[in-house]
Design a protein around this ligand. Structure first.
Ligand code: FAD
Length: 492
């Protein structure tokens, strides 16, 4: 690297992942800029403001390890509290000054040993390292239903909630039975709105208590060592409790029985049948119900509709058997493009090869964080990250610890670093071999690619930590910047 210029990092995205690595870069004294296409931090928690959204892991598991929050109001905090906490972290840590809001990155090209980054406004920036913290549930998807644009009333995605629409006195149609569909249906039901939830298939739903945190407990957490002791207990507990996802056995059977027993709260056998899943527990992401969904759907103002939708018409939703469900408001709780990862950014690595090209047959990565042929590029929560069995902040902590070591090495030694193709193949093989016997195989779910292979971490969180803490030099191609310049010459 030329001595006359500063080593720089560009981070894309100011959700929890982008802020997490921003704090680490700041502490390491590395020059960096975060580009955020929206006008605020928070990502998921900024975009999803629908009624009934609570965090699905314990609030205390959803903290940046460098900024404890002793004051969560509930065991599972409501979404506005999570967003307020994220904004507070950004402000307390002085991270906002590094963020360029309303700036979408549309392309990144590795050329002459550096990343050349282009914004939607046509500006360019350059960096030694490019970090995509773009989220795995960031691009809303809409169902391919005839007549979608013809609906006469307000219609919006769950991640784009229209707060100008009053809840009561309206006939709501909620399309979708995943986490968002369940939470919205129960919240609107208890508010007394008329709700029809259109479900293609039933989900296993975790009916749980969500107690307020006591004043005493909040004070206790503030005591020296108490917080750390409590967090340690929490991680140990999760490690043990989550094993049922990875291997068959009595723990999995007990979980399956427990979830089936929640359905016993439904009195009407027809309704119970509609809401009983036909696949095993854990295969899809489990919606968490904090306001007792199974009671909510038995109120007279709620209807569960599992007949197929034929089309959307101005007055509502028409079913295949000709029934018209009249509606005033339509909500698409239809999820996200879970396989976009860094895209639609056009990311071009060595020899002019793009991410779209290398992922054409199969989406893969090294450790969920890097790609062979894309030097000094890192993804946070990229393909094969633990989206299901490790709380996201903990998974990020492990990924970022590894990435920061490599970034510092690139800076100190003037090198570019990428995983070798061989190490990446071994990593993917290891994970592929771990899937049989886990809960994620054997049903259709959003984790799986076009070949039916889930793209998540199918091992324990201890194994995730061990992967990132080990000395990985043997897996990496480490090349002086000068040689990388030659390799990327001609890219444009
Ligand atoms: C409704 C919902 C509920 C969830 N609940 C939970 C939960 O309870 N527990 C849990 O562990 N996880 C939950 N998740 C998963 C959640 O997405 C992660 O926990 C976490 O918030 C991801 O953070 P992130 O920073 O990686 O991504 P995001 O929060 O998606 O942030 C990515 C950011 O990058 C920005 N960005 C993307 N592309 C570009 C670009 N090209 N240029 C500039 N900026 C860009 C986006 O605007 C966004 O701000 C939930 C997700 C959803 C959608």
């Amino acid at each position: 690297m030329a001595a006359d210029r500063k080593f720089r990092v560009v981070v894309v995205g100011a959700g929890i992942a982008g802020l997490f690595i921003a704090e680490k870069l700041k502490r390491a004294g590395i020059d960096f800029t975060v580009y955020e296409k929206a006008d605020e931090v928070g990502g998921t928690w900024r975009d999803n403001t629908y009624p009934g959204l609570f965090v699905d892991v314990m609030s205390r598991q959803y903290e940046f390890p460098f900024q404890p929050n002793y004051d969560w109001s509930r065991k599972y905090a409501p979404a506005p509290e999570i967003q307020a906490y994220i904004k507070k972290v950004a402000a307390d840590r002085g991270l906002r000054q590094y963020i360029r809001f309303n700036e979408e990155i549309v392309a990144a090209l590795f050329k002459d040993g550096r990343w050349h980054v282009k914004t939607a406004k046509g500006e360019t920036d350059m960096a030694d390292v490019f970090v995509a913290a773009t989220g795995f549930l960031n691009q809303p998807t809409y169902p391919d239903i005839e007549g979608r644009d013809s609906f006469a009333g307000p219609a919006f995605h769950s991640a784009r909630w229209d707060h100008s629409v009053p809840h009561k006195g309206k006939r709501w149609g909620i399309i979708g039975s995943g986490c968002s569909g369940v939470q919205i249906t129960e919240a609107l039901a208890w508010e007394g709105a008329q709700v029809t939830q259109f479900i293609r298939r039933a989900q296993w739903i975790h009916i749980r208590e969500n107690p307020r945190t006591s004043w005493l407990h909040r004070m206790w957490l503030r005591l020296p060592f108490a917080y750390r002791r409590e967090q340690r207990k929490l991680w140990t507990f999760i490690n043990v409790m989550d094993r049922w996802r990875l291997e068959p056995g009595p723990q999995r059977e007990a979980m399956q029985r427990e979830f089936a027993s929640y359905l016993d709260a439904i009195k009407d056998p027809e309704l119970k049948k509609k809401l009983t899943p036909q696949y095993h527990l854990g295969c899809t992401r489990i919606p968490k119900s904090d306001q007792n969904y199974y009671q909510a759907v038995q109120t007279p103002n709620v209807r569960i509709e599992n007949r197929a939708i034929a089309r959307i018409v101005p007055e509502g939703v028409e079913l295949r058997d000709g029934t018209l469900c009249k509606l005033d408001v339509l909500v698409y709780a239809t999820g996200f493009d879970t396989h976009a990862f860094m895209r639609p950014m056009k990311v071009t690595g060595l020899n002019g090869v793009t991410v779209d090209e290398v992922w054409k047959e199969r989406i893969y990565s090294y450790g969920g964080v890097a790609l062979p042929g894309f030097p000094n590029l890192y993804m946070l929560y990229g393909p094969f990250s633990p989206v299901n069995n490790v709380p996201v902040p903990l998974g990020l902590d492990q990924e970022i610890g590894f990435i920061m070591r490599l970034i510092k090495r690139a800076r100190d030694e003037g090198v570019v670093i990428a995983p070798s193709a061989e190490a990446t193949r071994k990593f993917v093989d290891r994970l592929d071999n771990a899937f049989p016997g886990t809960v994620w195989v054997g049903c259709k779910n959003w984790y799986s690619d076009q070949h039916g292979t889930p793209i998540l971490w199918p091992l324990t969180q201890d194994e995730h930590r061990a992967f990132f803490e080990r000395e990985a030099t043997g897996d990496l191609e480490i090349v002086p910047v000068g040689r990388a310049v030659a390799a990327s010459a001609g890219a444009n």
